[in-house]
Every structure is written in C-alpha cells, then in structure tokens.
Write a protein that binds this ligand. Structure first.
Ligand SMILES: Nc1ncnc2c1ncn2[C@@H]1O[C@H](COP(=O)(O)OP(=O)(O)OP(=O)(O)O)[C@@H](O)[C@H]1O
Ligand SMILES: [Mg+2]
Length: 213
C-alpha cells in the first residue's frame, strides 16, 4: 500500500504539532522517521494509522482516503505497547481470531512468530506482567503475525537488548522484502535507521526537514 500525504496539519491547543506539505511512503520500502523529542513523530504515525484526527490536508492510501476495511491491513505498534490481561499466546493470536483465520493456521502462525522472536518460553505468562523488553517483543509478534500491508512502528527496539535487536530487525526486513510490506519506523538510533531504511524523514517542530549527511 502506498501512502501520500499532502498539506497535513494537526494542532493541539492552537500549536501546530504536525505540518507537512508533502511526503510519500511507497509500497515495499522501509522509512525511518527521526527527530527531537516532541517533534511530532508519534502524532504523525497515529494519524497515518487512523488513530488520531487531523485539522487539514489529505492522506491517500493507494489513491483513496482511509476506510474501515483498510484499517485492518495497517498495524501500529505504540511506543508504550498495550497488551491485554491474558496470556502472551492469547495476545498474539488475537489479530488472527478477529480476522476469522482457521484454528490450525492460527496455531502455526503463532508458533512460527514466537520461535522467530524467541519468546516461546513466555507463551503462557500473563502479558501484563512482562518486562519492558518482553512486552515490546510480544507486541511486535502480535503486529507481525497477520502479515499487515503497512507496519507503523514507534521506537520498536527502544528497550530491547542488543542481542535481540538483530532478531527484530531481521523479522521486519524479511517481511518487507517478501511481502512488499510498507514499513514506517520511528527511531532515535541513527545506526539502526541507516541499516534498515531506504529513506529517512527527519522532523523538526512538526515539519519535515532535509537532513545533511
Ligand atoms: N494529546 C495531546 N494533547 C496535547 N498535546 C499533545 C498531545 N499529544 C502530543 N502532544 C504534543 O505534541 C507534540 C508532539 O508530540 P509527539 O508525541 O508526536 O512527539 P514525538 O516526536 O513522538 O516525541 P518523542 O521523541 O518524545 O516520542 C509535543 O509537543 C506534545 O507535547
Ligand atoms: Mg514519540
């Protein structure tokens, strides 16, 4: 799915927190969003996910405005992952259950993603009692398990140990290549952005700025 943004404006209490003339996110590419704290990165991602209203402008998803059906193809992973008060396994299979996937496929997909992200041993643990990094991995598993067309990640490896960061980066890059998944990822880690992203969008006070290499 391609995403085109034109003249997007979002204000909080009369202050413009996102003010972008034009930018596009093409299918099959990985984009990195960087910028200082408060630059408007999370707000932009939430707007793209359809979770936040905006005051003016237009966002087109493969040429059309966001509709209910499309929201099911987009997944947004929050900076502070929210997990349901059930087991890790139930959290991961939830997106598949609501899409009426058959039980055998659900079991296989859940097993594969848990193996891939090395969280199988957490399977029966209560998701609300995980450590910060474990929560982030489970939330990522839940985001990836249904093969979304658009993956929006807000600092996905912020509290992940260095050894596991590689695993997560691989899981994201693999799906981007195999399924032409569009990935937009906020990260303060420039090395990570350079490693993973085809293009970098830098934000400053709500605006997109060009970056000097
Ligand atoms: N619900 C809200 N009500 C009022 N102001 C808000 C709200 N959400 C965000 N803001 C303000 O909008 C600005 C942009 O916030 P945003 O969370 O998008 O920044 P960010 O670039 O993601 O920052 P960080 O790197 O710290 O995560 C900030 O000044 C923030 O205080
Ligand atoms: Mg943020």
């Amino acid at each position: 799915m391609d995403i085109h943004i034109t003249n997007l404006l979002k204000k909080y209490h009369d202050k413009a927190v996102v003010d972008i003339d034009h930018t596009q996110f093409k299918s099959g590419f990985i984009y990195g969003i960087t910028g200082d704290n408060g630059a408007g990165k999370t707000t932009l991602l939430k707007i793209i996910a359809g979770l936040e209203r905006y005051d003016a402008g237009e966002i087109l998803y493969s040429g059309v405005p966001l509709e209910q059906g499309m929201m099911k193809k987009i997944t947004y992973l929050s900076q502070t992952p929210y997990l349901m008060r059930t087991s890790v396994y139930e959290n991961i299979v939830y997106p598949l259950k609501i899409r009426n996937i058959d039980p055998m496929t659900i079991e296989k997909k859940a097993k594969d993603i848990m193996d891939e992200l090395q969280i199988t041993e957490l399977k029966n643990q209560l998701a609300t009692q995980l450590s910060g990094g474990e929560s982030q991995k489970v939330a990522l598993a839940r985001a990836l398990v249904f093969d979304p067309e658009v993956l929006l990640l807000d600092e996905p490896t912020a509290s992940i140990d260095p050894a596991t960061i590689d695993t997560i980066e691989e899981a994201i890059t693999k799906r981007n290549k195999q399924q032409k998944m569009t990935v937009i990822m906020i990260s303060h880690n420039m090395d990570q952005v350079k490693r993973m992203c085809h293009e970098i969008v830098c934000m400053k006070k709500g605006k997109k700025i060009s970056i000097k290499e």
